[in-house]
Write a protein that binds this ligand. Structure first.
Ligand code: PEP
Ligand code: MN
Length: 357
């Protein structure tokens, strides 16, 4: 897959530039609401309008979308404002409605991406069309499921496939509605370097005051665009009210967001970065060497534990190692949780080495 090949002819991408922005309400609610959204959003220069017709809701009884009748409202609002339109499809019937009504593109919701049966059926239903498909990440932070779904669309001949990062489900308290776990989209980019990658800061944050900051982080990381929930009157939205922003906020935010280039053209900056990177490469070689030596020592300890009948896990020792490295990290101004994470992995590998003996 090649980025220029995939996006240059994409109907939706044409003329939208970078970053590629999709904006619109979580749900299409009425002809008036989607028309107002389209008109106001188009004034910010955004060329692609989103609006969900069928809403996957956690609890029954919540607003589940206007369904098929809204497809015309979405298409007509897009036409009136000179915008292309996209909506979510979660089954074959939804695909038929999209194609019958001239909606320009589809996204695959997080709950659907995690279901290979449904993804396959949707991909087969789209075969032979050339409409863009935006594949949101599954709820579980698993790059395999996400890339598997993308591959199903590509194998069905879809030429304009995009990935959309919308954060992941997590249990317990979090700053985010769906924490971003940036390493997962980074891994997806490593696997498919040519795949355009968008970020959906609305579903990641769940809060309108955090949307811009997450959007900025995504663009700094190298994302190609954003899908943002925008509603003409967010507080009255029938779904996801807390995370939707106004068209005016969208315009202000887009004015502030700067894009970055992934290739370096300034030769001085490039030489300075190369120099610093060779420093990092040397440190990485040292780190690997130190880890190998640490592992050898751990193995020697394992032999003694073995011959003297001691358990591999010595909780007291592990606690004191953790306490010590956290204190050392603090002195060097390193994040203590980051060090805990690294040491938890090192300790696990060390125990595995002792168990394998
Ligand atoms: C949405 O985009 O409104 C939506 C339901 O998205 P997700 O599948 O990411 O939850
Ligand atoms: Mn939503």
């Amino acid at each position: 897959m090649n980025r220029s090949g995939m996006t240059s002819e994409a109907a939706l991408h044409a003329g939208t530039g970078r970053p590629f922005i999709i904006a619109g309400p979580c749900s299409v609610e009425s002809p008036e609401q989607i028309m107002a959204a389209a008109e106001e959003i188009s004034r910010t220069g955004v060329k692609v309008l989103r609006g969900g017709l069928w809403k996957p809701r956690t609890h029954p009884g919540s607003f589940e979308g206007v369904g098929e009748t809204g497809a015309r409202w979405l298409r007509d609002a897009g036409k009136a404002a000179g915008m292309k339109t996209v909506t979510e499809v979660a089954n074959v019937r939804h695909v038929e409605v999209v194609l019958e009504n001239g909606i320009n593109g589809v996204w695959i919701g997080a709950r659907t991406t995690g279901n290979p049966f449904l993804v396959q059926e949707i991909a087969e239903a789209l075969r032979g069309t050339d409409i863009p498909v935006f594949v949101k990440n599954p709820l579980v932070p698993d790059p395999e499921l996400w890339s598997g779904a993308i591959e199903r669309f590509v194998r069905c001949g879809m030429k304009h496939v995009y990935a959309v990062h919308r954060g992941f489900h997590s249990y317990g308290e979090s700053h985010y509605r769906n924490p971003p776990f940036w390493q997962i989209p980074v891994e997806l980019r490593r696997r498919f370097p040519g795949l355009p990658l968008l970020c959906d800061p609305s579903h990641i944050t769940g809060r309108r005051d955090l949307v811009e900051d997450t959007a900025r982080q995504a663009l700094i990381l190298g994302f190609d665009g954003l899908m943002i929930e925008v509603h003409p009157d967010p507080d009255k939205a029938l779904s996801d009210a807390a995370q939707q922003i106004t068209p005016e906020m969208l315009g202000d935010m887009l004015g502030r967001l700067k894009t970055r280039s992934s290739s370096i053209t300034d030769t001085r900056a490039s030489a300075a970065i190369d120099d610093l990177r060779s420093g990092i490469d040397r440190i990485d070689a040292d780190l690997i060497d130190l880890l190998a030596r640490r592992m050898d020592i751990s193995e020697a300890i394992g032999r003694i534990k073995d011959s003297s009948g001691l358990t591999v896990l010595q909780t007291g020792r592990w606690n004191s190692v953790l306490e010590r490295v956290r204190a050392l990290a603090k002195e060097k101004d390193l994040d203590e949780d980051f060090i805990t994470e690294i040491y938890t992995t090192i300790h696990r590998a060390s125990m595995e080495r002792q168990l394998k003996r």
